[in-house]
Design a binder for this molecule. Structure first.
Ligand code: 5GP
Length: 156
């Protein structure tokens, strides 16, 4: 148990060092510029450099977590507290009434920058904003029951 904890700490330290080099790490440290819209001790929000629509905003934890499953409860709480306020500010400022909140985890899931981030993307019309492919299937009842149990049992 102790060894596991030690290993986890070593891995977290290595991850933090690697992540310090992402573009978002540099923005947090003030080494790269950004159009900042919000900052507190745990969270930073700024405009996306290649927006899908006006007001496209990125919201990031200052903690060096690459994906959502790596984020601490403290940073998660700080993000959760501020996200609705930032969404309200983006729609108030842009006049867009609809928007998507997007959060990609892993290269295969379209994550380009290895520092966890939420996108707030106004959807002013069908041409601008996020377009989504949604290859839905029918949920199998028996498989779903087993899978729901498996996921519930994996929650720590
Ligand atoms: P992802 O695909 O990882 O979810 O999205 C990364 C986002 O970061 C993209 O929308 C991209 O335009 C944005 N981005 C990448 N580099 C920079 C940068 O240096 N500054 C800003 N403001 N946004 C960036």
């Amino acid at each position: 148990m102790r060894d596991n904890k030690k290993l986890w700490k070593v891995e977290a330290r290595a991850r933090n060092a690697a992540m310090a080099d992402t573009v978002f790490g540099r923005i947090i440290r003030g080494e790269f510029p950004c159009h900042k819209v919000y900052e507190d001790d745990k969270v930073l929000a700024f405009l996306d450099i290649n927006p899908l629509s006006d007001g496209h905003t990125l919201v990031i934890p200052k903690e060096a977590a690459e994906t959502m499953d790596q984020l601490s409860d403290e940073s998660a709480a700080a993000l959760g507290r501020v996200l609705p306020r930032l969404c309200r500010a983006v729609i108030a400022a842009t006049g867009a009434r609809e928007y998507n909140l997007l959060q990609n985890n892993g290269r295969g899931a379209h994550q380009a920058v290895a520092h966890l981030h939420f996108h707030i993307i106004p959807k002013p019309n069908h041409r601008e904003g996020l377009g989504i492919g949604w290859p839905a299937r029918i949920l199998d009842r028996d498989a779903a029951a087993a899978l729901a149990k498996k996921i519930a049992a994996a929650i720590k």
